[in-house]
Design a binder for this molecule. Structure first.
Ligand SMILES: *Cc1c(COP(=O)(O)O)cnc(C)c1O
Length: 405
């Protein structure tokens, strides 16, 4: 069999289903966030405004972060030069782990090469190495958590999304003697809804279960020091593990867990995904540390961000463009049709210089196709007016229904 023929056929299947992914080829402009140059397939370029970045606060181009990175590169060079165990632990990694432990009020923290790897490795290690462990996973957990749990081969129960009562029923049905781990997220990234963390902790504590909270979409952004939703609600000490990323609001790259010294040391010592990979470049660690430190002490970015999000929502409401109500910073504009969602996204990019990636099945259920808009503190009033005006034009051209005010 010609394997390339097989690969092409599989890809045609994706294309026919409308699920083939095409990347926007961008060059981001430091100092001019959220502007970027887009390279088209015909070689032409044009400027676009990015409206779907997870660099939620623009920290990826903040001079506090970039200058810390440049200084660390000039001091230590480009790469770490090894795994953490064999020569790769740089002093910047140690400082970053201290900063993260402090951010979440935990004894210790452990960094990984991405948030994905941190979930995969930490959940995989805890669930497989704790004898007889059962994992209770929220039905809408991120792929990285699902893969980590699957890899562990531990028994698992899927509980209804954000439903502590269903979690209670599932925990009650199992042997009280077996070790238990409840895994969930704070802000869910596609609907922008937020978990009832206190109620989930109540239930977990009732059954003596450990809790593992993914705060990837909340760190840097919620809580007085950017410690996430658990910090905002005064719940950090009730969670066994808080997991986060350095690649979204902190603007760099990497992932981590924060927990007790013993738990972090356990994962450090038994996790293949931590041990057998090159450590993060020291420059990244220095940039992430600078970003976390800055956001611990500065509310300006968070306040401005909230104000921008509210403004986008109000302008959408004024033109009756339907968006999902939620308590977070994520604004899902609902299209409800895969072809129209892609078409609107293409026209926004080509005709209006607005980049919002369409979100279709399998990322979201069929019939809930959407444009996931992420306003940032650096989107101007003019940017917002341009976005909402363009959406309104395209809504009319597509004969899409408007929300009832
Ligand atoms: C993006 C994401 C991750 C992975 O984080 P990366 O640092 O991008 O690898 C983990 N969990 C959730 C919920 C995410 O959305």
């Amino acid at each position: 069999m010609d394997m390339n023929t097989y690969f092409e056929k599989a890809l045609d299947g994706l294309r026919d289903a409308g699920n083939y992914r095409v990347f926007a080829d961008l060059e981001r402009h430091a100092g001019d966030f959220p502007r970027a140059t887009r390279y088209r397939s015909d070689g032409q370029t044009h400027d676009v405004t990015v409206w779907c970045s997870n660099d939620y606060l623009g920290m990826g181009q903040n001079p506090i972060v970039t200058s810390a990175m440049i200084a660390a590169i000039e001091k230590c060079g480009a790469g770490a030069g090894g795994t953490r165990n064999i020569s790769g632990t740089n002093h910047y990694h140690v400082l970053l782990e201290k900063e993260l432990a402090d951010l979440h009020g935990k004894e210790a923290a452990l960094i990984f090469t991405s948030g994905y790897v941190s979930n995969w490795a930490a959940l995989g290690t805890l669930a497989s190495k704790v004898p007889d462990c059962i994992v209770y996973s929220d039905a809408l957990n991120h792929a990285s958590m699902i893969e980590g749990i699957r890899h562990s081969r531990a028994d698992k129960r899927i509980w209804k999304h954000n439903d502590p009562e269903d979690l209670d029923r599932k925990l009650a049905a199992d042997d009280p003697e077996r070790p238990k781990l409840v895994a969930f997220e704070s802000v869910y990234s596609m609907d922008g809804d937020i978990a009832p963390i206190a109620e989930i902790c109540d239930v977990a504590e009732k059954y003596g279960a450990m809790t593992y909270l993914d705060e990837v979409h909340a760190v840097g952004m919620y809580g007085p020091r950017g410690g996430g939703v658990a910090e905002q609600e005064g719940l950090m000490d009730r969670l066994t593990v808080i997991e986060g990323t350095l690649g979204k609001a902190f603007g760099v790259l990497g992932g981590y867990i924060a927990a007790s010294t013993a738990l972090c040391d356990f994962v450090r010592s038994f996790s293949s995904g931590f041990i057998f990979t090159t450590a993060l470049p020291p420059g990244l660690a220095a940039g992430a540390t600078a970003s976390i430190r800055h956001l611990k002490g500065s509310e300006i970015e968070r306040l401005r961000h909230k104000e921008r999000v509210a403004k986008v929502r109000a302008k959408l409401d004024a033109l009756s463009i339907p968006h999902m109500p939620n308590p977070s910073h994520i604004v899902p504009v609902m299209v409800g049709d895969a072809a129209k969602c892609k078409w609107i996204s293409d026209l926004l990019l080509d005709n209006y210089g607005i980049y919002v990636q369409p979100i279709n099945y399998p990322t979201v259920p069929v019939g809930t196709e959407r444009l996931r808009i992420t306003p940032t503190p650096l989107h101007s009033d003019a940017d917002i007016d341009h976005l909402v005006g363009a959406l309104s034009n395209l809504w009319s051209q597509c004969a899409l229904s408007r929300a009832v005010a």
